[in-house]
Design a protein. Sequence first.
Length: 219
Amino acid sequence: MAFASQPDPWPLKRGETLSNHDWFPFYGHRFLGSKFLSSCLMKQRREDIGTALILWSQAMIQDPGGTLPDCDMELASLARFSTVEEWRAVRDGVLHGWVPVLVEDDTAAEPFLRLGHPGFLQGIVSEMYKRKRGRDGAREAQRLAVRKSRIRKKLEEMRVQKHIISDDRAIFALAEYFEHSDLYATHENLRAAMIEVLGYTGEVAHFPGRSGQMAGGEI
């Protein structure tokens, strides 16, 4: 008994984009040896090469990266045709190698269909997105380190006991609190955050305070 083949999943999910990249690697030897190029030349359809390049470039800024919509109206617009009929006349040749793929969407119960190019773009977008996540992770780690340093400095100004200032889990929890709120890490907001996040129910010194004077003793 024959079963209909299921489209393969695309490596990037919905929301995983490369839209901030204005370049992508082009493998010249692979392109020169491709069936797509040979077909265009043999059929005297050199103009299809330019249209395909436009769509490859458009796919890199789509959501998710490396895919295209499976809709002639949208494809005609992306390929810069003035009418859908003009696009349909070249569609089969231009979309050589493009196949339906399943795109996961964390906000939906089921994946949805897009067009993907496993032979050309899939490996490119997978590697580019992997590097993007690495760079984004490094930048976030740096931002977190700066936030934690600022919070520690303010807690020192508030004369919070040193064992709390040196507790990385407590500082991380406070940093996460301010990352996901619209509040600045002021002294008053830090006091409120310590109550909410750390369960602290005591008092700390009001800033600025006179040397040796505490509002209610050390934490």
